[in-house]
Design a protein around this ligand. Structure first.
Ligand code: C2E
Ligand code: CA
Ligand code: CA
Length: 283
């Protein structure tokens, strides 16, 4: 077991030393793995929505779906604490499917109630690309809720493309042929490179949050961001800047013709009901 291995590593002179914090982390890890199925079935994984705004007229134009684990004992747990585990053991594909289904269901419900809706993107883990029937699978999920494909967008990271490039190019091609809008996530981070823009028929480039951390608008950072925006636009792609927290950066991005901004400056990820209210007001 993990606890056993951990205790072996930390055993000193036959006495096991580990802090309460580590003990908790181990328990949580085992708990989330062994109870994955029931956590999923009990609806403890919930969808948070983070809006994307058009910075020119400050309208809410789209959103990203981000998973949270609403634990009955611990409350809201962020994805950083379980997604890496699920990527290792393969559960991530089930979780991603669940997110596609939840978002499609929610979109259908809002539509039925006559509410305004905007496209919502879902993250597709690289692990997913190993499955042959991925395109068929995603179409099946979305179609069962009768939602237009363009209302559920797909975010992929470049690291998805490293292992089996030709298969991935073909999956993205297929998804596009089926009317899905595809974004390259975390562009400019360690997980993505310029080559991908050449090889994949992407619709949107999301500029990584790292560019906007800290001062974020020093001269070099600004030059890179403005060049990426120009490059993407010359290739007919839209640009989203992620993780923007301050007004100066918004002003700069407007000047550079950035299409959309997703960041705390506008809004943090939030539960569906709150998001629906924001859509009613800002979309
Ligand atoms: P990501 O796809 O890059 O999502 C954006 C992350 O940046 C989110 O973190 C969001 O809360 C955060 N963020 C947005 N604006 C700001 C800002 O202005 N300041 C700061 N400090 N942070 C900002 P979150 O929700 O914790 O998600 C972390 C990562 O977990 C995501 O990064 C994504 O890689 C993964 N993830 C989340 N949900 C899913 C999912 O359903 N499936 C998969 N495969 N991965 C997911
Ligand atoms: Ca994302
Ligand atoms: Ca991102």
């Amino acid at each position: 077991s993990i606890a056993y291995q951990e205790s072996r590593r930390r055993a000193v002179g036959g006495v096991v030393w580990y802090s309460e914090e580590i003990r908790q982390a181990i328990m949580e890890r085992q708990n989330v793995i062994s109870n994955f199925k029931s956590i999923l079935e009990n609806g403890e994984f919930i969808v948070y929505y983070q809006p994307k705004y058009d910075p020119v007229d400050n309208r809410l134009v789209a959103a990203e779906a981000l998973v949270r684990w609403n634990s009955p004992t611990e409350g809201i747990i962020p994805p950083g604490r379980f997604i890496p585990l699920f990527e290792k053991n393969g559960f991530i594909t089930k979780l991603d499917d669940y997110m596609f289904a939840s978002v499609a269901k929610q979109q259908a419900e809002w539509k039925l109630k006559g509410m305004k809706t905007v496209p919502v993107s879902v993250n597709l883990s690289r692990v997913h690309f190993a499955q042959d029937d991925i395109v068929h699978n995603i179409c099946g999920i979305i179609d069962s809720y009768g939602i237009e494909h363009k209302m559920v967008e797909i975010e992929v990271t470049e690291s998805a493309f490293i292992e089996n490039k030709s298969q991935l190019v073909s999956v993205v091609d297929h998804l596009k042929n089926h009317g899905f809008v595809i974004s390259m996530d975390d562009f400019g981070s360690g997980y993505s490179s310029l080559n991908t823009l050449k090889e994949l028929p992407l619709d949107v480039v999301k500029i990584d949050r790292d560019f906007f951390v800290g001062e974020g608008y020093d001269d070099k950072g600004k030059l890179i961001v403005s060049s990426v925006i120009k490059l993407a636009k010359s290739m007919k792609m839209k640009v989203v800047a992620e993780g923007v927290e301050v007004k100066d950066q918004i002003d700069f991005l407007v000047k550079e013709n950035c299409d959309m901004i997703q960041g705390y400056y506008y809004a943090k990820p939030m539960p569906a009901e709150e998001f629906a209210q924001l859509v009613a007001r800002d979309a």
